[in-house]
Structures are given as C-alpha cells and as structure tokens.
Design a protein around this ligand. Sequence first.
Ligand SMILES: Nc1ncnc2c1ncn2[C@@H]1O[C@H](COP(=O)(O)OP(=O)(O)OP(=O)(O)O)[C@@H](O)[C@H]1O
Ligand SMILES: [Mg+2]
Length: 290
Amino acid sequence: MQNVEVLVEALPYIKDFHDSRMVIKLGGHAMVNEAVMEKTIRDILLLYFVGIKPIVIHGGGPEISEKMEKFGLKPKFIDGLRVTDRETLEIVEMVLDGKINSKIVSTFIKHGGKAVGISAKDGLLVVARKKTVKKKVGDEEIELDLGFVGESEVINPDILEVLVNNKFIPVISPIAADKEGNVFNLNADVVAGHIAGAVKAKKLIMLTDVPGLLRDPNDRNSLISTIRVSELEEMLKENKIKGGMIPKVESVIYAVKNGVEKAHIIDGSREHSILIELFTKKGIGTMVIR
Ligand SMILES: Nc1ncnc2c1ncn2[C@@H]1O[C@H](COP(=O)(O)OP(=O)(O)OP(=O)(O)O)[C@@H](O)[C@H]1O
Ligand SMILES: [Mg+2]
C-alpha cells in the first residue's frame, strides 16, 4: 500500500513533467563512486520511462586531474576553468570521450536505456571559439591565456532533436571544435546551460558533490533551498561564489534567463538525489527560480 501511495503522490509531478526535456549535468565529482553513478543513471532512466526526455552532459574533473598527475602534469585552474595546454587537451579528450562518456553509455545500456554518446562537436552541436579571460590586477585589467579552453559561439541543437525525437538519450561530453576543426575543452556546466536554453528544457539539473549552493562554501549546513536569479547575480558580484561553483552559477543564470523554467543544483553523490529533488515538495538541494 505504501508503495502505491508514493506513486499516487508523484502523479502531479509526473503529469507536469511528461514529454518535457530535462538537461542533466553529471559532475565528475558526482561520478567518482561508480556504484552511486550507476544508481544515478538508473534514476535518469526512471525519468525517461515516465515520459521525460533526458539530455545528459558530463564533466570529469577528478579523473582528468588524476591522469594528468600520472603523466607528470600539474592541474591548474583559473576561476574554476582548467588551464589546458596541448598535452592536457589530449588527456582531456582521452578521459572525457574515451572513458567517461563510454562508461555512462554502457551503464545506460546495462539498465535497458538507449543512450548515444556524442561530444559537443558532433553534428556541430556546439561551435566553439577560444575563450579569453580578463582579470583585474590592481587597477589594470590583464588577459589570461587558458590555452585550449573554449566557449560556445553557436549552438545547433539539430542532432539532439534527431536523437530525442527518436527516443534516444544523448550523452554529451564538453569537447567542441571551432569552424576550422580546432578542438577545445569547454566547461561542462556552461555547455549544459547553453544546451538547456537551446532545446527549451523544462529543467536544468546540476549534479555535483556538495548539497547545493552554500551560503558559506566551508559550511555544508548553509544550504540555500530556493534562490532567485537576481540574488544569484548579487552573490556572484560580491565574490561569494568560488571555484567550480562559478561556471555552474553562471550557467544556471543563463538557462533560467533563456526559457528554462527552473534549475537545480544538487548532491549527485547522495543516492536518489534527482528523484527526491524532482518528486518531493521539499527537495534536497538548491532550486533556482526566475
Ligand atoms: N558557494 C558555494 N557553494 C557550494 N559549493 C561551492 C561554493 N563555492 C565554491 N564551491 C565549490 O564548487 C565545487 C563544485 O564544482 P566542481 O567544478 O569542483 O565540481 P563539478 O562541476 O560537480 O564536477 P566537474 O567539474 O568534474 O564536472 C564544490 O565541491 C565546492 O568546493
Ligand atoms: Mg565543474
């Protein structure tokens, strides 16, 4: 009886979500534990079978750093973005396309899902350009070179339309090319936000390794449950958001300003966090509203 009640309680959500697209970003940190990752993928399949159309994008931070160290390279970040020289780019491609993307797809298959692994360059989904970062040093603004770090110039969601409309689950790595075919490493959060806007997703869901957006990054008990985009912009301006949370928050702001109904930042290392966030009133992480 209890199981049945749970189902009935979820009905309004299922009805609301039916046939809608949801962009889900799997953070590298949320995938370190394989067992948890597998459960997350099973939960995404549950969404799929109740009529939601998931589009998955993944990162791979920790594994890239680990491989870099094995090859004697030292990972370096500026504002949450990985400085990427040619050797690092090779490792990034190897880990993201060769390993993580493939692993996610095979895990979907294991649980009966029709997933298709692509990178953001496939079908020109994302046309990239080199990203430049400006930083204030004293009164002067200097330009920092991050190497082969890109940003999206154009998004062509055609390939996603083909896949999603034919009941496939796209699994996207954040590696894109410019029009000359030069390959760039993009931040997966940023790609997720742009794609969510382009496919008119109902939700953008970011799975990471902290409970959500924290008022104080060092205090896991300072979780913000609901926040408006305007407040988020304030927090960014006041430098209250650091490291890997910066691209996440920027991306969430972009998505919600570009037609996505709500965005969620949740702890992907906790079991069933997606289901709790989507199908319960209270939720589990941070919900971002317009
Ligand atoms: N205000 C904040 N609230 C929550 N986390 C924060 C905040 N400021 C900084 N962070 C940091 O952001 C991190 C999450 O971003 P990070 O890029 O490291 O992981 P990810 O994006 O989930 O994984 P990947 O980059 O591999 O895709 C957290 O682990 C936390 O240390
Ligand atoms: Mg990140």
